[in-house]
Design a protein around this ligand. Structure first.
Ligand code: ASP
Length: 314
């Protein structure tokens, strides 16, 4: 039996201790991933998760998050959620209380309010600055009317795909956190503000179970960061689990899923974080310009350690 542990993508390192504390206190893997993700969401310096997340094209922050329990396969996901401090905890409420697995937009906000989730603004000076820079860059004379009409006028003036490639590549990111508890149960959590300056209502892979997140005690857990559209098209998280189910090692499964992303021949990169039933861990990336690394911390450690994943070439 492996020691209970938690892993997370690069922006999660300093916050994994919260998950370890939860595991040491006898908490479940779900408790651990939620606790650590909440701290990442509260970090104002992280411009792609929770507080300080980059807004959409209308200047509004819309959050995506999901959580999955490997023992029960119960999931909770929220998309395009506005005005709640901890999207991951709203997702947890969906998992525990809702008769559904995914809620988006106004419906998700209504549910979160009913559940008593903490409301508040996620804006920071820095998130406002990024949006102002976009507006100033776009309109010589500045000043926009934050309405659907403005978006339509703007969108009509653009080659939308080129526009998305230019803007979305600058600011993006997601946190992936996974844990295994003393019972060998696994959980996987994902939270993000999505790609910067996205269209209102755009959902990435993070709240889409099977695309950006999946967890099944029988085989393992997998989650993604990167251009969500690619993970949705390939069902990347579930595919990694499927590859492990078919007998591939965790490394081979991640490698193959990143090769599948390359095969789409589309712009943007993809990264994954995974764990297997034996407690093996791995990350992989389609990018070649940056090492694929992640953090690991078990209940016997005082600080997390960095682990190296694999870079998968075209
Ligand atoms: N996967 C996220 C999304 O597409 C963003 C990212 O990780 O860069 O919304």
């Amino acid at each position: 039996m492996v020691k209970p542990f938690i892993i997370g993508t690069h922006n999660a390192g300093p916050f994994l201790y919260a998950g370890v504390d939860a595991l040491k206190a006898g908490g479940s893997a779900l408790d651990a991933v939620e606790a650590a993700t909440r701290l990442v969401e509260s970090n104002p310096d992280d411009s792609s998760v929770g507080l300080g997340g980059i807004p959409n094209i209308l200047g509004v922050q819309e959050m995506d998050a999901s959580l999955m329990c490997g023992r029960t396969l119960r999931t909770g996901a929220v998309g395009a959620l506005k005005g709640f401090i901890h999207p991951i905890s709203v997702a947890r409420k969906v998992l525990e209380e809702a008769p559904h697995v995914m809620l988006v937009g106004a419906g998700a906000e209504h549910f979160a309010r009913v559940m008593g989730c903490e409301e508040g603004s996620l804006e920071t000076e820095s998130s406002r600055k990024v949006y102002r820079a976009f507006v100033e860059d776009t309109f010589e004379h500045g000043g926009i009317d934050q309405s659907q009409e403005w978006v339509v006028t703007y969108a009509r003036s653009q080659n939308l795909r080129q526009w998305y490639e230019r803007l979305a590549d600058k600011h993006h990111g997601t946190v992936n956190i996974q844990a295994m508890d003393e019972n060998g149960d696994m959980a996987s959590a994902v939270s993000t503000s999505g790609t910067a300056l996205k269209f209102p209502g755009r959902l990435g892979d993070s709240p889409v179970i099977g695309a950006g997140n999946y967890c099944d005690n029988r085989f393992g857990a997998a989650a993604c960061t990167g251009r969500g559209e690619l993970a949705i098209r390939n069902s990347t998280a579930r595919t990694i689990i499927h590859y492990m189910e078919d007998g591939l090692s965790i490394k081979e499964a991640c490698f193959r899923a990143m090769k599948d992303i390359h095969a789409l021949k589309s712009f943007g990169g993809m990264n994954c974080l995974a764990l297997d039933v034996k407690g093996g861990t791995m990350s992989a990336s389609t990018r070649e310009d940056r090492e694929s690394t992640y953090w690991y911390m078990d209940v016997g450690m005082r600080a997390p350690e960095t682990r190296k994943g694999i870079n998968v070439k075209q």
